[in-house]
Design a binder for this molecule. Structure first.
Ligand code: PLP
Ligand code: COI
Length: 344
């Protein structure tokens, strides 16, 4: 077990999904076409960049989102970090950033969690969110890859992502904006995707919704995802989710939910295009992600209709899946899939 350091004056009962400064962050550097240096922990704080940095001018950056939990076995654990390492590498390649080797990525996560161990909320109160970012930080004027790169991991204790906690979400299907185009960057965790979602999110929030549901850009017939989470529908005990075809982020929680449903609950699971019409007929709807975990959706509004799902309550299958996922993550139940990564 990692040695505890002094505890802070953080109100663990009031945690939200926001930044609390912590002790340290991890930082490594690399030249274009070079190798990443081994990196080191530095005090958490501001960084200095050229105004011509690639990330600032052309959005050359990718990120990941992960959580460290205190488990019932009195350990600190990560969840499937190799998946985040792999996705960070493929996202990086999509925007010409030298990928960070998997072992370095995971070792860096471990290092930063260990050093900030006292910022992990007590069991049941939240988690330590890890935000690995890889940016083109060298100066560049013409549109081309930056000459040098920075890999940072900062961390923050967090609570629920949505203000409503695990209450049912009220979502608006938008055909005014697209999150991602076919053959674009939607399938990668590229920072520009999130800038593009800010205005649509602002519009739907102003209208009283929790977030927007995006449709496929080609013909606006099919459901894609929320700006920060994947979507699932359950109809007649069949679990459905849009297939990962390039414009949807291949969520690690999404993959875990599909596995739990298939292997543990012995449900029929389908990955395919889901039309708006079929989606609105679902018995249960929920979204999945590292930040949102499994959050039920209680109401969905289109241009013409508002549909209440399962009386605006978390459905029984959603509840089971959420419980199993959190149970594995907190080591309350056995992890039959080898997903838990203890930090020693
Ligand atoms: N979709 C988008 C657009 C996201 O930003 C995220 C969050 O990372 C997800 C889905 C869920 O991915 P994961 O389960 O890996 O956190
Ligand atoms: C996550 O779930 O970790 C994400 O990265 C989504 C969001 C906070 C951008």
């Amino acid at each position: 077990m990692v040695k505890e350091k002094q505890l802070h004056n953080i109100n663990w009962d009031k945690l939200t999904f926001s930044i609390t400064p912590t002790r340290s962050m991890y930082e490594a550097h690399c030249e274009l076409d070079g190798e990443w240096d081994e990196g080191k922990l530095v005090p958490f704080g501001n960084i200095s960049l050229s105004p011509a940095a690639g990330v600032l001018n052309y959005g050359q950056g990718v990120f990941e989102g992960m959580k460290a939990y205190r488990s019932v076995k009195n350990r600190v654990v990560l969840f499937r970090p190799e998946k985040n390492a792999l996705r960070a590498a493929t996202s990086a390649e999509r925007v010409c950033i030298p990928p960070v080797p998997k072992d370095q990525f995971i070792a860096a996560c471990e290092q930063v969690v260990r050093d900030n161990i006292d910022y992990i909320p007590p069991r049941g109160k939240g988690s330590l969110y890890l935000r690995p970012v890889i940016w083109g930080t060298g100066p560049v004027l013409g549109v081309s890859p930056a000459p040098s790169y920075t890999f940072l991991i900062y961390v923050s204790p967090v609570g629920p992502y949505f203000k409503s906690g695990v209450k049912c979400l009220n979502l608006r299907i938008t055909n005014q904006f697209h999150r991602a185009a076919p053959k674009g960057t939607g399938g990668h965790k590229v920072i520009g995707n999130y800038a593009a979602s800010l205005f649509p999110q602002k519009m739907v929030k102003k209208a009283g919704f929790d977030d927007a549901i995006y449709l496929n850009a080609a013909n606006e017939k099919y459901i894609e995802e929320v700006g920060s989470a994947n979507l699932f529908a359950i109809k007649d005990n069949v679990l459905m989710t849009p297939s990962v075809d390039g414009s949807i982020l291949p969520g690690i929680t999404r993959d875990s939910v599909l596995t739990i449903a298939r292997e543990t609950l012995h449900m029929e699971v389908r990955e395919h295009s889901i039309s708006i019409k079929d989606f609105l007929k679902a018995d249960e709807v929920f979204c999945s992600g590292t930040a949102v975990v499994v959050t039920p959706v209680g109401k969905i509004t289109t241009n013409n209709t508002s549909t209440t799902i399962n009386h605006n309550k978390m459905g029984p299958i959603t509840k089971k899946i959420r419980k199993l996922l959190l149970g594995i993550q907190r080591e309350e139940i056995e992890d039959p899939f080898g997903w838990i990564y203890p930090i020693n």
